[in-house]
Design a protein around this ligand. Structure first.
Ligand code: SF4
Length: 535
């Protein structure tokens, strides 16, 4: 019998690959799921003892073909980007190993590792979202991680230009929720933007966890398994020694090197005490990812250049950062390393650090996401005075230009955010930002104008910005940013997709160019409408 089950499993695996090659439609998957469920395939006796299923929606369980910019497609409206292109071209799902996710969103891996401290390993399973049905046998809780589940975060709302369009991150989250609704399981949601759901009692969610998981997570899950009625849990921040290493590979080889951000901008949710992760723990996670095939270690912090920094002026500790990268690159199987975020002020304060990092990490362009936010020293001083450190707020526009020139010189390509609609922003502030954008015309970078959303310490200050509130000056700023981006996309998309197969590369490049032209032409219309109204 055991042998028979293995044979059927093997055949199903082959079938999956065949369907995938031609058309891995939902219909074929459903048929396979029925066969698998009826035969209880893949589920060993141990698998049937899962009590907690962990997963995330499609928008968080994709590697975006290892092209960071494709991540923005999760913020794009369903009405403009056909789902087949999102699912197959830009954001194919991670592979599965008999229904388990081979790679999972980093936060989900942290939850998995933390729960392993309080539960037996067979009680917790991280599942690929397409194969959830196979694991409901006996499970009592399904835990979902989210990043922007309702699509109302600054990036997503900016991509929809404040309209009522449905972004993919929202659609995919609601699709997943609907697919679980009605199962005999409690639904628990946590993650960086779980707060969005706290007041949505209309959604089929039993418990919401707000905050970092490591300190209180196990106790909260025990309470949930014991049948608590508490709907929203607020979790305390862990100390560095409570932050557990992931046990299984993460998406894109992401590894957290530091948590929290000492720059503490008023509008930011992650502004909090910085906690550096010890190098030994970082290397352990890098090795886990490398063994699974990620030879690129993607180091994450809100400001990677502040790793090991204890200076009150927030001047990077060059030796600490270089040592970190050298150690990571010594890990078996690692060929290169990159970063998610660092600040322009840290770059301008220590250009020699960027030069050394480029020498260590090797040839080719590296991406990074810093924040420009505004060209107005007044707004910098009011809302982000630490972001400019070790410089003064009035030096900010020069710091930005200098830092981006340094980055380009050493082959770093920054995708920079700008904030539109901060409380008390004046026309003069916006004009200053436009002048800064014009100074960056010759630099290689993306300029992503994001709409202000009241968050962090400004949670109760002002209201969400939208195109309806945009003055002609705002429109001009947004237009100038997208004009710059279109030029960059046209020049850079071919290079950015160099690892893709030629046909996909052609299609992606074409669609990205057409998409940005479309955005630009819409903006041109809005701009001329606004100017007509103003005159
Ligand atoms: S620098 Fe960035 S991550 Fe840090 S507090 Fe400011 S906005 Fe948040």
């Amino acid at each position: 019998m055991q042998r028979e089950v293995h044979c059927i499993s093997h055949d199903i695996n082959i079938l999956q690959h065949v369907f995938y090659l031609f058309d891995w439609s939902e219909y074929t998957q459903k048929i396979l799921n029925i066969i698998v469920n009826q035969n209880n395939l893949y589920l060993s006796e141990v698998d049937k003892m899962n009590r907690i299923i962990l997963t995330a929606d499609h928008s968080l369980m994709t590697e975006f073909r290892n092209i960071a910019l494709f991540g923005f497609f999760s913020c794009s409206p369903v009405q403009y980007v056909p789902e087949i292109l999102y699912d197959r071209l830009f954001a194919p799902l991670v592979p599965s190993d008999n229904g388990r996710a081979r790679f999972a969103q980093y936060g989900l891996r942290k939850v998995e590792a933390t729960l392993a401290k309080g539960f037996k390993d067979y009680e917790v399973v991280t599942v690929h979202p397409h194969y959830l049905d196979r694991f409901f046998n006996g499970a009592s809780v399904v835990g979902l991680t989210v990043m922007d589940p309702l699509g109302i975060g600054p990036v997503t709302s900016s991509f929809a230009f404040g309209s009522n369009l449905t972004p993919y991150n929202r659609k995919k989250f609601l699709d997943l929720l609907n697919s679980i609704k009605g199962k005999d399981c409690r639904i628990v949601v946590g993650g960086s933007c779980a707060w969005q759901l706290a007041e949505r009692e209309d959604l089929p969610i039993d418990h919401i966890l707000i905050g970092e998981f490591e300190r209180d997570g196990v106790a909260v899950f025990e309470e949930i398994l014991n049948g608590t009625d508490t709907r929203v849990f607020y979790l305390r921040k862990p100390d560095p020694d409570e932050i557990t290493s992931i046990m299984n590979p993460s998406i894109n080889g992401l590894v957290e090197i530091s948590r929290g951000c000492p720059r503490k901008c008023s509008y930011c949710e992650v502004a909090s005490r910085k906690r550096d992760i010890p190098i030994g723990q970082i290397k352990k996670e890098v090795r886990i990812n490398a063994e699974a095939g990620h030879s690129f270690a993607w180091l994450h912090a809100e400001d990677v250049l502040l790793y090991g920094c204890n200076s009150r002026k927030l001047e990077p500790d060059v030796d600490e950062v270089i040592e970190l990268f050298k150690e990571v690159l010594r890990a078996k199987g690692v060929k290169s390393a990159g970063t998610t975020h660092f600040s322009l002020s840290a770059v301008a304060a220590t250009p020699e650090l960027i030069e050394k990092l480029s020498e260590i990490t090797g040839k080719g362009w590296h991406g990074v996401q810093p924040g420009i936010e505004t060209g107005s020293p007044k707004l910098m001083k009011k809302y982000m005075k630490n972001k400019v450190k070790p410089f003064r707020a009035d030096e900010w526009p020069d710091v930005v230009v200098y830092a981006i020139e340094i980055l380009n010189k050493y082959h770093w390509f920054p995708a920079c955010t700008l904030l539109v609609g901060l409380p008390e922003e004046t026309e003069e502030d916006v004009e200053m930002t436009i002048r800064l954008v014009e100074k960056l015309d010759k630099c290689h970078c993306i300029l992503a104008p994001l709409f202000y959303v009241p968050l962090g310490a400004l949670r109760n200050v002002g209201s969400m910005f939208s195109m309806k509130k945009a003055t002609p000056t705002h429109c001009r700023l947004i237009y100038e940013c997208w004009r710059h981006n279109l030029k960059e996309f046209s020049q850079g998309i071919w290079r950015a997709t160099s690892d893709m197969n030629p046909l996909l590369r052609l299609i992606c490049s074409f669609l990205v160019k057409v998409g940005s032209r479309e955005i630009l032409s819409n903006l041109r219309n809005i701009l001329s409408r606004n100017e007509n109204l103003a005159s």
